[in-house]
Design a protein around this ligand. Structure first.
Ligand code: ZN
Length: 478
């Protein structure tokens, strides 16, 4: 440092520092540093000459007493100062108050420490129907996440006519989906709720009640069996995250016409087309609800050929015969059922009708002799003979069936680009039926919920079994 000080007047400060390898900042810091203070002062305090007009010790004590007094003990000096002025008193400046307090280390924490009481949102929680009664249509929290009770007031509240039912929860938009199913745990919990809506039931011993373990396992309280949420559903043995499955289901249900395997593969970034194809087939299995209701009322039934190069009724190996039943609902259409049949014989058609239409219903067909004899198995039959009429007669007489046939063919050509092998046609018919029968759903999310709910209840379908169906030509869940 000394060398630099000698050198700098001659060559300049920068050059001197550079030549001796000392940073200039170091030099300046060195110049500014003062000699160490005498050891008599306490660390942290500075020697200060007492100004001639400073407050005397008695005056300082008086200020301190005021600061410690009841009304000002918790006030900041500025508030004390203002308070004193209101009373017509002036003791000292605000700064002096700080200085006096600082000497005794009393500056901090003079303020009132405001503490808000913890606010608990009032909530009514019901664990079973009929516990919490509401004045109006209200959504009430259920016993677990994502379950709600919807209270509906049917009659004036003075009478006992309220109805409470468990409401289904489902995402309504893609954002809700992303938020609610952001983690595997969230997906597993949702699946658990769908699978055991009334609480866990052991699949081995039937005991009610289990402990949740990691990775979606539930341990039976009765026999200690470790049940997996996905075992026994179409998600069994999947190596892909449930999050991906949920998004595949959303992809399939959120669009009016569904999604093709190629579409799902691209959107979800699945490695192989075959994975997407298999997933969609597994989901199609879930689209048929076990023990679904049969059609009833007045039902139109007719058969049509699907696939092949040319439309119309021609025998060909790449064409499949599909029988369609449509409920009449005024001038419109109710629910539908479809099935692929091996041939248009009386046996095939009667079996389809018995499997999908309630006895006692009225069945409207064309003059095909295969439909005769329906009265014998408990149906009312109305046959309209088309022979000798114009080309459009069939469309006029059974308009609903023909409308469905046209829509089905358009869907197969549009969404699936006609890439439907006749052996898998059954599953596409199931998907179309699922979509059509839920076409009036308020929300697409409801379809998501239904499909997921059924997927959690349908037996697992291994990939091999889906391929094996190719060999099977037997009738399919009729
Ligand atoms: Zn058990």
């Amino acid at each position: 440092m000394k060398a630099i000080k000698e050198l700098s007047p001659q060559v300049g400060t920068a050059a001197a520092c550079r030549s001796l390898g000392v940073p200039r900042a170091t030099l300046y810091r060195h110049r500014q540093s003062k000699p160490a203070e005498p050891a008599t002062t306490l660390p942290g305090t500075r020697l200060r000459v007492r100004p001639p007009r400073a407050l005397s010790d008695q005056e300082r004590q008086r200020v301190l007493d005021v600061l410690h007094s009841e009304p000002f003990a918790d006030k900041a000096p500025a508030e004390v100062y203002a308070g004193l002025l209101d009373q017509g008193q002036y003791l000292c400046s605000i700064r002096t108050m700080y200085r006096i307090l600082d000497e005794r280390q009393e500056v901090r924490e003079r303020r009132d420490q405001l503490r808000h009481p913890t606010y608990h949102k009032p909530q009514l929680v019901a664990t079973a129907p009929n516990q919490v009664w509401s004045w109006d249509i209200t959504k009430l929290l259920g016993p677990a996440k994502w379950t709600y009770f919807r209270a509906i007031q049917l009659t004036p509240p003075t009478t006992t006519g309220s109805m409470v039912g468990m409401e289904e929860f489902y995402p309504r938009t893609i954002l809700e989906l992303e938020d609610q199913f952001a983690t595997e745990d969230a997906c597993r919990e949702y699946l658990m709720r769908l699978r055991w809506p009334k609480g866990f039931v052991c699949p081995r011993c039937g005991h009610q009640g289990g402990w949740s373990a990691t990775r979606g396992l539930v341990i039976c309280q009765g026999c200690r069996y470790q049940a997996s949420v996905t075992a026994g559903t179409i998600f069994q043995d999947t190596h892909k995250p449930l999050r991906l499955w949920f998004r595949a289901i959303w992809q399939v249900t959120s669009q009016k016409n569904g999604a093709s395997a190629l579409n799902v593969q691209q959107v979800l970034g699945l490695g192989s087309y075959l994975t997407a194809w298999t997933w969609l087939h597994k989901l199609r299995r879930a689209m048929v609800r076990p023990g679904r209701d049969c059609l009833g009322g007045r039902v139109e039934v007719d058969e049509t050929y699907v696939g092949g190069e040319s439309e119309g009724k021609g025998r060909s190996t790449d064409k499949a015969l599909v029988v369609i039943a449509v409920e009449e609902d005024g001038l419109g259409m109710g629910r539908i059922r479809m099935a692929r049949i091996a041939d248009a014989t009386r046996d095939s058609l009667h079996r389809f009708i018995q499997a999908s239409i309630q006895p006692g219903s009225s069945i409207h067909t064309d003059g095909n002799p295969s439909y005769t004899g329906l009265e014998a198995i408990g149906y009312a039959h109305e046959a309209t003979v088309l022979l000798g009429r114009g080309k459009d007669a069939a469309t006029e007489l059974l308009p609903r069936v023909h409308r469905i046939a046209a829509l089905l063919k358009r869907w197969l050509l549009g969404t699936h680009q006609g890439a439907v092998h006749p052996t898998y046609l059954d599953y596409y018919l199931d998907e179309y039926t699922f979509r059509f029968n839920r076409r009036t759903s308020r929300s697409r999310g409801k379809l998501f919920y239904r499909l997921l709910q059924q997927a959690a209840q349908v037996e697992p379908v291994p990939y091999r079994s889906i391929l094996a169906d190719a060999a099977k030509t037997d009738d399919h869940n009729m």
